[in-house]
Design a protein around this ligand. Structure first.
Ligand SMILES: [Zn+2]
Length: 355
């Protein structure tokens, strides 16, 4: 297969577009793919889609997915048309959005990576500037908004993402059903998330069934302020719930230990990690050693049992979370089977207590 044909296929180009040339510039570490539109093709106004007369051409470039780690750019002279109604405009091109210097496939790659890494990391890995990543995010948000107009989301997630080594944050709102990024807002303040929620009508907000998040108070406040029945709809990430409850158990243990030691009772001495270890990760012998303590009438044991029931498997047995007692699964496999029954959205605000 010739390189022009190869690129036409990779780019999924159809008539009237074709690849006219492929240049490999090893010194500049760049592959340049030149495209052109058939001379006789009908050209349409991008606004009203009527066939219009050609006006002129302007050379434009788009960064595409790398070819064997060589930066790859598409270059073409994009025709402009004169529409009687809309004037002189550049025609629509199939591989990129208007105003973008990246192909749609490249932008999709960036958005995928932003789901896995910080903005700075994505910029560094893909050799982009902060502003370029920001522009790509902005267009993804605009697409999300356009889709949202058609069908407002009912299950959303809100997340704080740090960049610049954790000193600055953005708020990222996603649609759990479609996976679309709905909003990227500056900072991680209550107002930031509220601004997003206010783009929906009160009726649309009423139809929200889940808002998942970590235990960041400003986001909790925003949902409480704008989403009816908020307490039932907020779902915390299960690991945040577990660590929050774990800190609670530890506070109870410390206070009780001091009181017991004053009475000459050293039962809680050196037991910190027994209470904090996930039983699913505890050896059976150690679990048996722990039995007298965890089934005792100590406040720490009661707090620990409550944590097991509330976190539903993180930090305590998940098997018996519906029952009052908490017993350890017999095998690691049983423990994993328990873990797999975790609800998709973690635990609701109502049962996990206030952040
Ligand atoms: Zn027009």
């Amino acid at each position: 297969m010739r390189d022009r044909e190869l690129y036409a296929r990779i780019l999924n180009l159809t008539a009237p577009w074709s690849v006219t040339d492929v240049d490999l510039d090893l010194k500049g570490q760049e592959v340049r793919v030149r495209l052109d539109v058939d001379a006789g093709a009908e050209l349409r106004c991008p606004e009203c889609e009527i066939v219009c007369a050609r006006y002129d051409r302007r050379e434009r470039r788009w960064r595409h997915l790398d070819t064997c780690q060589l930066q790859t750019v598409l270059i073409t002279e994009v025709p402009r048309v004169t529409c009687p109604k809309h004037g002189v405009l550049q025609i629509k091109i199939p591989w990129a959005e208007p105003g973008s210097r990246f192909t749609a496939m490249f932008e999709a790659l960036v958005i995928d990576w932003l789901g896995e890494a910080s903005t700075m990391a994505v910029a560094r890995l893909l050799r982009l500037s902060w502003d370029e990543v920001d522009g790509i995010q902005g267009r993804a948000v605009a697409r999300g908004l356009a889709r949202r107009d058609a069908k407002p989301p009912t299950q959303i997630g809100v997340d704080e993402k740090s960049f610049k080594k954790g000193h600055e944050y953005v708020t990222v709102v996603t649609d759990h059903v479609t996976g679309n990024v709905l909003e990227v807002g500056q900072d991680r303040k209550q107002e930031t998330f509220e601004a997003y929620l206010k783009t929906m009508t009160p009726a649309q907000r009423g139809r929200i069934t889940h808002v998942s998040m970590d235990m960041w108070q400003p986001f909790i406040n925003a949902v409480r302020a704008l989403v009816p029945d908020a307490e039932r709809k907020i779902n915390f990430d299960k690991y945040h719930v577990a660590s929050h409850l774990g800190r609670g158990v530890d506070r109870v243990r410390r206070a009780e230990h001091v009181a017991l030691m004053e009475a000459g009772d050293a039962r809680l001495k050196k037991t910190k990690y027994l209470w904090l270890t996930n039983p699913d990760n505890m050896k059976r012998a150690r679990w048996r050693e722990f039995e007298a303590l965890r089934t005792s009438a100590l406040k720490t044991a009661r707090a620990w049992t409550l944590k097991g029931k509330r976190s539903g498997g993180v930090g305590a047995c998940s098997r018996d979370r519906s029952a009052n007692a908490c017993s350890k699964p017999r095998t690691a496999r049983a423990a994993r089977a328990c873990a797999s029954t975790w609800p998709r959205f973690g635990w609701s605000y109502a049962i996990s207590g206030r952040g």
